[in-house]
Design a protein. Structure first.
Length: 107
């Protein structure tokens, strides 16, 4: 079995609580949507270094190159052993990484 990505620990929060979205932004703790309400995860605000350590391992080299060149990459991410998948938008805003992930319907 492959080693779990650090970011999957955050993706598992909305999965476990039957939430929908995951949002990551520098200077904010991770957030997720639960029944239409945005909730903050009880942890310290993320730094740019945190964001890079969380996000880059989930992307291929090609996706990282697209992000550098265009400032935006969209991908699909599946969370191991949950059946959950997300449409993930990673982008740069004011030089900072951001991530918005929408949970896809399970088939």
């Amino acid at each position: 079995m492959a080693t779990e990505l650090q970011i999957d620990k955050l993706f598992r929060i909305p999965v476990k609580l039957d939430g929908s979205d995951l949002m990551l932004k520098v200077s904010q703790p991770p957030m997720f949507t639960l029944y239409g309400n945005t909730r903050r995860v009880d942890m310290r605000p993320l730094t740019q270094i945190d964001m890079e350590r969380l996000i880059y391992p989930m992307m291929s080299e090609d996706q990282q190159q697209v992000l550098r060149e265009r400032g935006l990459v969209i991908l699909t991410h599946s969370v191991a052993d949950t059946g959950a998948s997300f449409r993930v938008k990673v982008f740069l805003k004011d030089g900072e990484l951001r991530l918005v992930a929408d949970r896809l319907a399970e088939v």
